[in-house]
Design a protein around this ligand. Structure first.
Ligand code: 9UX
Length: 78
């Protein structure tokens, strides 16, 4: 089973506790191998097993914490 890497843009994070909240909540799901937030760039890099959960599910986890999360396409990644 191959893993999928996704960059998710997140609006609404203002401090490092936000970073920890999001990383902890995303990592709590089976199938997530890596979740790393870049606060300055307002983005999350997540590596996950698409056989266990979807990118939409991950975005929903973040949304439920009270942030605005958007999938970034490959072309938008600097
Ligand atoms: Mo920081 Mo984030 O005080 O939701 S935890 S703003």
């Amino acid at each position: 089973m191959s893993l999928e890497s996704q960059i998710i843009q997140i609006e609404g994070m203002t401090c490092h506790s936000c970073v920890n909240r999001i990383e902890t909540a995303v990592k709590a799901n089976n199938g997530v191998k890596k979740a790393s937030v870049d606060l300055l760039r307002k983005r999350l890099e997540v590596i996950f097993n698409p056989g266990e959960l979807t990118r939409e599910y991950i975005i929903n986890v973040i949304t439920k914490l009270g942030y605005q999360a958007f999938e970034k396409t490959g072309l938008e990644i600097e």
